[in-house]
Every structure is written in C-alpha cells, then in structure tokens.
Design a protein around this ligand. Structure first.
Ligand SMILES: Nc1ncnc2c1ncn2[C@@H]1O[C@H](COP(=O)(O)OP(=O)(O)OP(=O)(O)O)[C@@H](O)[C@H]1O
Ligand SMILES: [Mg+2]
Length: 450
C-alpha cells in the first residue's frame, strides 16, 4: 500500500529537514517553505495531513501568512488535517487556528514522538472521513430521481425514463412487486412537461369493483343509491397532469371498455351523467401480472393493451441488478439510521447474506428488512440475524449431512428462542416439537440461552 502523504510547511530549513528525516520512513513527505509553494504542492500531491508553521515569509514574525495558508488549504480540501506549529508565546494563535478548522497544534520545539502519534490519529480520521465522503458522493451520483442504481439494468431504466418523459405517450410499467414501478412513474411525471400538474395514482386492485367506476369517472347526484352529491372522479382530478393506474390487470372488462374510450377520445362521462367532459391527462399504468397472458386468456382487452403499452418500461427484479443490492442497502441503512439517530454499518456477513438472498419482494422487501435491522441491531453493527435472512443451501455445501442438519437445527432453534425471548414453551410450539425435545437439543448443540 502507498504510504500516506504529508506536507511539512516551515520557513526554517533545519526544522524542515529534521522533520522529514524523522517521518520519511512512515510517510511520503513533501516540503514547502512558504505559502504559495505549500498550496502548489497541496494541489499537485493531495496530502492527507499538513504540519503548518504559522510564521511564514514574507512576514515570518506574525501568523498572517499561516492563517491565510490554512484557510486556502481547507478551502481546497475541507477534510485535510492541519497541525499548526507555533512559537511558545503564541498559543493564542494556535487556538485561533483550531477555531478556524485546524486539527491540532504544537508549540516549538516539536517533540517528534508526540507529533508521530498525533499524525497517526489525524490520518486515521482523514481516511474515515474520506471514505464516508466518497460513499455519499457515490450514492448521490448513482441515484436518479430518488432511484438508486448503478447496474447496467437500472442505467437503461433511467435512460428510458428520461426519454419517455419528453413525450406524451402512454407508458406501461411492468415488473414484480416492489421493483419501483410507482417511483418510475413519478419520475417520468416530474421530468416531463406536466410536472406542475397533478400526479393522480389509483390502485385498481385495491378498490371494490362496484366502487371503482365512480372512483375513476365520478358520478352525478342521485345516479345510484348513496350518491347524495355530485363527485368528481380521479380521472378528472388528473386534469393537465398524469393519471397513474396501478394494478391495471385488475380492471373489469366493462371498465376496460370505458377506459379505452377515455384514452382514445380524451373525454369521459360521470356515472349517471349525460355531458361528456374533456380531460387532458397523460396515462400511465403499472402491472405485476403478465398482461400478455391475461390477454391470451381473454381477461384483458388487446386494444387496450396496445393503447396503454405504446411504451413498455420493464423494471428488472432486484436480484438481476448487478451490484445494486449493496448500494441500495447502504443508502437505505444510512437513511433509516439517520432517522433513528444511530450510527450503524453492515457486517461483512450481513452484506454477503443480502447479496445472496433472492429478494422476492424486491426493493420494498429490502427497505422493510433494513428498517427492522436498524431497530434490532446492537453495537452499531447489522448482523445477518437482524435482517432475518433465510439460511442458504450454499452455506452447507460440502459439510456433510450430519453437520448440515446440525447447523440448520441450531439456526432454527436460535431464531425461535430469540423471537420468543428465550421462552422454551413458545419456542418449542413454534418448532413443533415437545419442550423436553427442545431442551435436549439445546443441550446437545450447546446453544446459549440468554
Ligand atoms: N431504485 C430504487 N431506489 C430507492 N428506492 C427504491 C427504488 N425502487 C423502489 N424503491 C422504494 O421501494 C418501495 C417500493 O417502490 P414502488 O412502490 O415504486 O414499487 P412498485 O413496483 O410500485 O411496488 P408494488 O408492485 O408493490 O406496488 C418504495 O418505498 C420506493 O421508494
Ligand atoms: Mg406500486
């Protein structure tokens, strides 16, 4: 590994050389005798830490050049660790430098051993801060309209979103549950010409069929029992904006016809109404069922399918997004940990478990598991257990049947105990074994009971 780089700024040749000599084994040392040289080297060599003599030419008698140098260095690299060095009588200057962002200070003559320790710690802090900074930058860079993803699959989705957002074409978004279909629809709306108009989402699968028609199209007063007042439907509410029809596959044949008419003619009639109402809304729809199959089976109208799916945006399942799982996991952990005012990181094992899991519930499932882990995790570390990730076969491959069986038994028992807070009766019931059998197994496997 490269040695860390440090820069020594001092106008005294002897001091510079002495320090270089003392530190050169551990560090790659650069030297500067005045402010302009120091800055030039800083920009070229990017050291992690600087020792800065405050009294620099042309005004070596006061700290003016030193303060100026410090401000310029911190402006160039806000994370840089500056260790200020002053004369014995100028401790106030040193404290002022700290107030302005220096990491630490020394009074001359400098004890090299002490300096070594302080430098070591400064570089450690620098590394941590730098890593954190890079991670944040990466996450920012690798997200698009709130969607995190650096995989080629997601880059393609982002490109498609950008492209369709400039058009008015209906978009059909397909994908498994939790893949971000609604997020994608909102992104298209936000990036498009209708961004100042409403985004109206309606879940066709969540509303009973007999209510869905009036929900979508609205109704006139007295049009059916219970229709005491006139009501505007969701389609009208999307005037000059976007209408997002979620779970479109759930739409009944009758409503499919009415929706098709609206898409073709841009007008609707309220239930019980006589007047056509013009509605200018862009239509997007989403489905997690295979509409082609529904079409083949006669459950979904072909003409509607082709109207809605002028553009089809397929959201890839999370397990197929190469490299996105750790990226998303870290971004989500950061978000939820911040909400809980905690500092938490994943253990290597937890990250491996996340990557190997199949994610049937996709990003939504990942969110839920991480939310939970943030609450469960102890000692600032997320363990695989905190994520409740199922054991994988590959863990047991090559172990032999007896060992594998033991490992599975151990894991299931530990989980049952943890879940039931050590209550044997409940854990046994959950494992569908008798209490004495559970007790025997605990003894045999040497499982710790908390
Ligand atoms: N790429 C992503 N980056 C960050 N968060 C995401 C991403 N994709 C989805 N999410 C989050 O995951 C959750 C599920 O997303 P969304 O509701 O858009 O999925 P969906 O496909 O509509 O799911 P469903 O089929 O269950 O309705 C949301 O909280 C969303 O913010
Ligand atoms: Mg959804």
């Amino acid at each position: 590994m490269d040695r860390p780089r440090i820069l020594i700024v001092d106008d005294d040749d002897a001091v510079r050389n002495q320090m270089k000599w003392a530190l050169a084994e551990q560090y790659e040392v650069f030297l500067a005798e005045d402010r302009p040289t120091a800055l030039e080297i800083l920009k070229r060599e990017r050291p992690a830490a600087v020792t800065l003599d405050l009294g620099l030419p042309p005004s070596s008698a006061n700290a003016e050049q030193g303060f100026l140098a410090q401000a310029e260095m911190l402006k160039f690299d806000p994370l840089i660790k500056i260790i200020v060095i002053t004369g014995q009588e100028e401790k106030e200057n040193a404290l002022e430098a700290i107030g302005q962002g220096a990491y630490d200070f020394f009074c001359k003559p400098v004890d090299i051993e002490e300096l070594r320790i302080v430098l070591g710690r400064a570089l450690h802090v620098y590394r941590l801060e730098r890593e954190h900074h890079e991670l944040l930058k990466k996450i920012h860079f690798e997200s698009f309209e709130g969607m995190v993803g650096s995989s080629p699959e997601m880059q393609a989705v982002f490109a498609a979103i950008r492209k369709v957002s400039t058009t008015e074409a209906p978009v059909l978004i397909t994908g498994e549950s939790g893949t971000g279909k609604e997020l994608a629809a909102r992104a298209i709306h936000r990036l498009g010409a209708r961004k100042d108009g409403p985004f109206v989402a309606i879940n066709c699968g969540a509303i009973p069929e007999n209510l869905l028609e009036s929900e979508l199209f609205g109704h006139e007063k007295g049009s059916f029992t219970g229709a005491h007042i006139q009501r505007q439907g969701r389609i009208e509410a999307a005037q000059r904006g976007t209408l997002f029809l979620d779970e479109i596959g759930e739409l009944s044949p009758a409503l499919q016809v009415k929706l098709l008419r609206f898409i073709q003619e841009h007008q609707i009639e309220r239930v019980g109404g006589r007047q056509p109402i013009m509605v200018d809304a862009r239509v997007m729809a989403a489905t997690n069922v295979d509409l082609r199959k529904a079409m083949a089976e006669g459950r979904f109208r072909e003409d509607l399918y082709y109207r809605l799916g002028v553009v089809v945006l397929a959201m890839p399942p999370l397990r197929e997004r190469d490299g996105d799982i750790p990226l998303l996991a870290k971004a989500l952990l950061q978000r939820y940990a911040a909400e809980e005012k905690k500092t938490i990181t994943f253990t290597r094992k937890a990250l491996n478990a996340l990557e190997e899991y199949g994610w049937p519930g996709n990003v939504r499932e990942l969110e839920n598991r991480i939310k939970r882990a943030v609450i469960m995790a102890e000692g600032g570390k997320v363990m695989p257990e905190d994520l409740e990730l199922a054991t994988r076969f590959s863990d047991y491959e090559g172990k032999g049947l007896a060992k594998a069986r033991e490992a599975v038994e151990r894991e299931l028992i530990e989980r049952a105990l943890a879940k039931n807070k050590g209550n044997l009766t409940r854990a046994a019931a959950e494992l569908d074994i008798s209490r004495p059998t559970l007790y025997e197994l605990i003894e045999k496997l040497g499982i710790e009971r908390r």
